[in-house]
Design a protein around this ligand. Structure first.
Ligand SMILES: Nc1ncnc2c1ncn2[C@@H]1O[C@H](COP(=O)(O)OP(=O)(O)OP(=O)(O)O)[C@@H](O)[C@H]1O
Ligand SMILES: [Mg+2]
Length: 236
């Protein structure tokens, strides 16, 4: 069966100007991400992982090259179209949770639904379902401050999934959690995404997490490192 490509990059390059210097964060990255797969992005600190993820999500624009979503060039989207895309097609999870501190767990999860024009009844039904899925129904009325780091991260996952995105982009979602909590978060993510045929792209520095991915992309100094395939291993 043909795999459907959902995200694709061609000659992706991102430079940052810092004073008189130019930092090349990504240089000539070509990748394809297929529908429903879990791709891990790994590599040393500063190699361009977050830069790549931000470009894939249309949060940032390349200096050269392009990102295609379902074969459409993101550069051709207007600001409004990009905003709608981020709201409807993609979910984002960041390393440091970015929950709204004055909103409860439930209100945080319902926020994208509110933006999407859902009625209070629809929001309640969906947030109930998501709170159950992340095992936090009894903490629905807690503020982020009144939750543990792992619980906050779970609320972040639920919020990212609230609008039923097709693609979930996660930048070290387990980065500042202890390994047991991190594993639990990854279990929840894998469970929730596989159940819905969702495409998951996750930046991680944890080899155990990367091990659970369908595919691992390794970056080094802004370049993709080609892993030797099974065939070449046998031949060499
Ligand atoms: N806004 C910016 N301005 C200037 N340089 C930047 C900016 N953002 C990132 N860089 C530089 O680009 C390179 C890639 O950064 P990036 O954040 O993508 O790395 P990373 O792989 O995510 O690292 P980490 O694992 O530490 O999160 C680094 O050299 C970084 O210093
Ligand atoms: Mg990063």
């Amino acid at each position: 069966m043909m795999k459907k490509t959902v995200l694709e990059t061609h000659g992706l390059r991102r430079e940052y100007r810092v004073g008189r210097n130019t930092v090349v964060a990504l240089d000539g990255v070509d990748i394809s991400i297929y529908e429903g797969e879990f791709v891990a992005i790994v590599g040393p600190s500063g190699c361009g992982k977050s830069t790549l993820l931000n470009l894939l999500g249309g949060l940032d624009q390349p200096t050269q090259g392009k990102v295609q979503l379902d074969s459409y060039d993101l550069a051709e989207f207007s600001e409004e179209q990009l905003a709608a895309l981020r709201r409807q097609e993609m979910g984002f999870i960041f390393q440091r949770h970015d929950l709204f501190p004055v909103l409860t767990a439930r209100e945080n999860i319902e926020f994208p639904l509110l933006l999407g024009g859902k009625t209070p009844e629809e929001r309640k039904i969906l947030s109930d379902k998501l709170l159950k899925q992340i095992g936090l129904l009894e903490k629905a009325d807690h503020l982020p401050d009144e939750l543990s780091g792992g619980q906050q991260q779970r609320v972040g996952i639920a919020r990212a999934l609230a609008n039923s995105p097709h693609i979930l982009l996660a930048d070290e979602p387990t980065g500042n959690l202890d390994s047991a909590t991190g594993e639990e978060i990854v279990n929840i993510l894998i469970h929730l995404t596989q159940g819905q045929g969702l495409t998951l792209v996750m930046v991680t520095h944890d080899p155990e997490v990367a091990n659970r991915a369908d595919r691992v992309l390794t970056l080094c100094d802004g370049h993709l490192v080609l892993e030797p395939s099974k065939e070449t291993e046998v031949l060499s």
